[in-house]
Ligand binder design. Structure first.
Ligand code: KIV
Length: 276
């Protein structure tokens, strides 16, 4: 494929029944590897607050943090679609500020789209879409405000809340969102939402019937020290591999094994003799 993967291509693939694959990445090397692995979308999630910056929540993550990490990812991902999170405080004040922040993530950061959390933003999504900003909506568990309001739990577990989520997703579709991310939504409700809207749904902890799936890369790779939710499947154990590498290096340094002659640059023999 030549050039960047577009939102239109993504939507067509989902409409043709192909599952979309999204992972988070926050830096250059991980984004290079994600692109090499052929994922469809890289999310520069504000989960970077928990995963790489060590915060308890995503609330402290700033626009400057998001820009810094989005720039690193976009230098790596030449073809993969990049979605960047609008962090807490970057879109709630008014449409002008939200649009300006979204455009910074696209123009300065190199993302192709932004994501924002909550069902209360159809008017904002409509305005941002009118201004040419592709928006992914995020419904269900909303990490930016969960610690303040709803807590951390599965959404749409009864008929009424499942239909409320359907209506919220439909409102986002009508407003112009190009996809809806569903976090911790009961599998049956996520299936219903996926059937009731034409734009792709991307699930995390929301069962198998979404049009695509997303996981936090550090969770799926077994690489972090942040809390790992129950719905995560771990596909690799990179954390232990890294730890083993550090331990082996430390042992060799402490025993004087590293660096040996093959990992040192020697002087010319005659020059060396002159030194002593
Ligand atoms: O910030 C993030 O990584 C997310 C995921 C939970 C999908 O929004």
């Amino acid at each position: 494929m030549k050039g960047k993967y577009t939102i239109g291509q993504l939507q067509k693939r989902a409409a043709d029944g192909e599952k979309l694959v999204m992972v988070t990445a926050y830096d250059y090397p991980l984004a290079c590897i994600a692109e090499r692995a052929g994922v469809d979308i890289i999310l520069v999630g504000d989960s970077l607050g928990n995963v790489v910056l060590g915060y308890d929540t995503t609330i402290p993550v700033t626009m400057e943090d998001m820009l810094h990490h989005t720039k690193a990812v976009s230098r790596a991902a030449q073809k993969t679609l990049i979605v960047a999170d609008l962090p807490y405080g970057a879109y709630e004040i008014n449409a002008e500020e939200a649009s300006r922040n979204a455009m910074r993530l696209i123009q300065e950061g190199g993302a192709q789209a932004v994501k924002l959390e909550g069902s209360q933003w159809p008017a904002l999504v409509k305005e941002m879409t009118r201004r040419g900003i592709p928006v992914m909506a995020h419904l269900g568990l909303l990490p930016q405000t969960a610690s303040l309001w709803q807590g951390y739990h599965t959404h749409g577990r009864d008929e009424a809340t499942a239909w409320a989520l359907v209506e919220a997703a439909q409102a986002m579709e009508e407003a112009g969102a190009f996809a809806v991310l569903l976090e911790c939504v009961a599998a049956e409700a996520a299936k219903l939402i996926s059937e009731k809207i034409d734009i792709p749904t991307i699930g995390i902890g929301s069962g198998p019937d979404c049009d695509g799936q997303v996981l936090v890369s550090y969770d799926l790779l077994g690489m972090g020290c942040a809390y790992v939710p129950k719905f995560v499947k771990q596909y690799a154990d990179i954390g232990n591999i890294i730890e083993q590498g550090f331990r082996a290096y430390a042992d060799e340094v402490r025993q004087g094994i590293f660096p040996d002659a093959t990992h040192s640059v020697a002087m010319d023999e005659d020059e060396a003799k002159r030194l002593y």
